[in-house]
Write a protein that binds this ligand. Structure first.
Ligand code: ZN
Length: 218
C-alpha cells in the first residue's frame, strides 16, 4: 500500500472498546449504519466516525479528496465520509471501517458523480488488488498524490470565485477530470470572471489571476 498523505494511515488506531464495536458492526447487515443497543455505544460509534472524518480532512488539507473544493467549516451538509469502494456493495461491506478505503469528499463529488457504482475499479473481484493504486482508474484519495495528476487554482474576487484545474498527462488525471466532471467547476468560474469585466479593478484582478493560473499550469 502506497500512502501519500500525512498524518499516515498507520498513525490512526482504534482502542479496544472501539474495535469491539466495529467488529459487531461488521457482523451486521449494514456495518456503517449499524445502531448499537446502548446510548453509550451509539455515542462511541459516532465519535469513531467523527475521528475518521477529521483524520481524512487533515490528510487532504480540509479539501475534497476528489476536486479539492475547500471544506473548512463546511459542516455535514457539504462534507461526506466517502467509502471509496462503495459500502453498499456486498463485496466491499467488510471494508466499511478500513481507513485506506475511507476519505472525505464534498457532496457534489460524492452524491452527483461517485454515488454507489464501482466502474472506476479495474478488478473488483480480487481483494489483494484493492490495495494497489493501479487498480483504480481515478486518483485514489489515499494511494495517489493528487498533485501528481491535477492542479487546482482558486481565486476569490469579493463574492466571485474563479477556479482553474490543470491536468497532467496521465490516464488518472483525464479519468478523474471526466469522472467528476471537473470542467463544470471551471465553466462556472469562467462565466463569473467574464462578469467581473464590468469593473476595471475587479476585471484587472480576474485577468491577472487567469494569467498567473495559465503560467502555473504550463
Ligand atoms: Zn469534490
Amino acid at each position: 500500500m502506497n500512502d501519500c498523505y500525512t498524518p499516515k494511515l498507520v498513525d490512526f488506531s482504534f482502542d479496544a472498546a472501539e474495535s469491539e464495536l466495529i467488529a459487531l458492526a461488521l457482523a451486521s447487515e449494514k456495518p456503517w449504519d449499524y445502531k448499537p443497543a446502548s446510548p453509550e455505544e451509539i455515542a462511541r460509534l459516532d465519535t469513531v466516525k467523527e475521528r475518521i472524518l477529521t483524520f481524512h480532512l487533515q490528510r487532504h488539507g480540509w479539501t475534497c479528496c476528489y476536486c479539492r473544493t475547500n471544506l473548512v467549516g463546511a459542516g455535514p451538509f457539504m462534507t461526506d465520509r466517502e467509502h471509496i469502494l462503495p459500502k453498499g456493495k456486498a463485496a466491499y461491506k467488510a471494508l466499511s471501517y478500513q481507513l485506506w478505503n475511507l476519505a472525505a469528499a464534498c457532496k457534489r463529488c460524492n452524491m452527483q458523480f461517485k454515488r454507489s457504482g464501482d466502474g472506476f475499479v479495474v478488478d473488483g473481484n480480487d481483494p489483494a488488488a484493492y490495495l494497489a493504486s493501479q487498480n483504480y482508474r481515478f486518483v485514489h484519495p489515499n494511494f495517489d498524490k493528487w498533485t501528481d495528476h491535477l492542479t487546482r487554482i482558486t481565486a476569490q474576487v469579493n463574492e466571485t470565485i474563479i477556479v482553474k484545474i490543470f491536468k497532467s498527462d496521465t490516464d488518472k488525471a483525464k479519468y478523474t477530470y471526466d469522472f467528476f466532471s471537473l470542467e463544470e467547476l471551471e465553466v462556472d468560474s469562467f462565466d463569473a470572471a467574464q462578469g467581473l469585466a464590468g469593473s476595471a479593478v475587479k476585471g484587472k484582478a480576474a485577468t491577472e489571476f487567469l494569467q498567473i493560473a495559465a503560467d502555473f499550469g504550463q
